[in-house]
Design a binder for this molecule. Sequence first.
Ligand code: ADP
Ligand code: MG
Length: 593
Amino acid sequence: MLTFKDLGLEPTLIQAVEDLGFQIPTDVQKEAIPLLLNKNTDLVALAQTGTGKTAAFGMPLLQKIDSDSKHTQGLILSPTRELCMQITKEIQTYAKHMPKVNVVAVYGGANIQDQSKKIKKGAQIIVATPGRMQDMQRRKMVDIRKIDYCILDEADEMLNMGFYEDITAILSEAPKEKNTWLFSATMPSAVAKIAKKFMNSPKEITVGSKNSGSKNVSHEYYTVSGRQRFEALKRLVDAHPTIFGCIFCRTKRDTQRVAENLIEAGYNAAAIHGDLSQNQRDTVMNSFRKKQIQLLVATDVAARGIDVDNITHVINYQLPDESEIYTHRSGRTGRADKKGVSIIIVSQSEQRKIRSIEKLIQSKITHKTIPDADEICNAQMLHLAKKLSDVEPSDSAEKLLPSFLDQLDNLSKEDILKRLVTVELDRFYNYYSGKAKNLDTPKKDFSDDDSKSKVSKKDEVRYHINIGEKDSYDWRTLKDLIKGTLGFTSDEIFHVDVMKNFSFFSSGPEERDKVLEGFKSINIDNRDIEVSITEKFNPGKAKKLKSRDRGGSFSRGSSSGRSSSGRSSSGRSKPNPFKFSNDKKSSDKRRRS
Ligand code: ADP
Ligand code: MG
């Protein structure tokens, strides 16, 4: 069996690999590492997500640079800040026995002076997002005139995000003689174009078939009528009680909305998308990594390249426009030899897309029906039984048991068990045997939208309200307040952004007068509530002010934060939304609703 040593890596790197516990190199590592070590060549390497591409370029790069010299020799460009930090950390780990090597991350939304200082100390390797890199070039904080290696990581995604011009501009300062290594999961024509433009007869490595998915992932799809997408999602989640999943939506707005609706329905979910500030995104990602969040609802861009282990399910709440993106999504699961499931929710009219994805991933996508009440309750029952049989009785249980039994001394053991099952499972039975029993069978339903997205961005009316975080509101309690005051439903009010001293929210155009009227002469704790229409935070406009990879620094709020622990029926007590209370810590404030 081929080992890392056989690839020609030096002892310091072998040591790091051993420390990490990597046993054998992955396919792309087997091919790329010896090639890059032995030759000065340009390279295009295609391998699906999760196959260890970072090490495939990171290790040869570390071995090839001159660590005695302090000038910048390698530049790695990556599409997002998260990925940039992740690559930096990973390469630093590989370099842990190379004390003279300095790897510096350069990304938007963090202090540019700090990054500049780190580079001044001598950074042989810089890992950068395109926006911040250009900023630093303009300010002469980086010098790439003597780099030997340039790596374009997740090249397909960089191009998806429209970084073509930025890459061109950045590389115009780099020397012609450098080697360029391009790593990508898929090879759309834009990547072929970039290879042609920036590279000199590159070697090509393809692991697996181009654009194909992981063998560990099984694919299934469910047809629903457009209106019932969310209902279907809940059923799929309830039928998989141990799910640790990533749910993909097409737009930031849908992402936010689906997460909010899940949270309101008691699920342990959070959203991640480009409208969140960097800090908020970090918080969400960290909580997800630690499994404090069970369901992460994400846009493709925000979730890109992020390496979270043990994701059991990927759910395509909506299909992406381009089929290649599907392979990225499903690549979030089935990593490191674990099995994963990629679920697609489609409307009747989208079924033909399934065929084209099947072709691309060269694998069948099985048609399944949305689980019914019995299946869901059965799954929940099995889960409960397994939990009970697996749990190690604790000391405190031992202590509490006598008085617990005292309270129940008129009940038989069987009665107690029946009641336990009732307490734990009846909410599922009740919910799914009630009005939610049957999902419509999708007939001719070409409406692809949930009812809630009826309001187009253009028509969205945005309001300013003089209540904020300082009044102990988060998006949820503020949304409750607004709904309560106006007698509105959840869908009529959306995009609640809580700022420190004030907040924003939106409605459709029909609700406009009702909103403005409804808040006239409303007085809470002796304060007049003022609501007015605002233009300022029109997302479309705000966006234009920003360079792409600083997406979140405008700080448009977050749906970050902790969620309550799963679907506990007890729920947590919400503060009375009609009362200001200053004692409630807004630690779980979520911005946008
Ligand atoms: P990609 O860039 O191809 O999506 P990454 O480089 O992010 O994949 O690697 C995915 C995960 O696999 C990381 O957690 C990484 O540490 C791990 N990994 C990389 N190479 C190996 C290996 N040879 N053996 C075991 N794990 C590895
Ligand atoms: Mg990668």
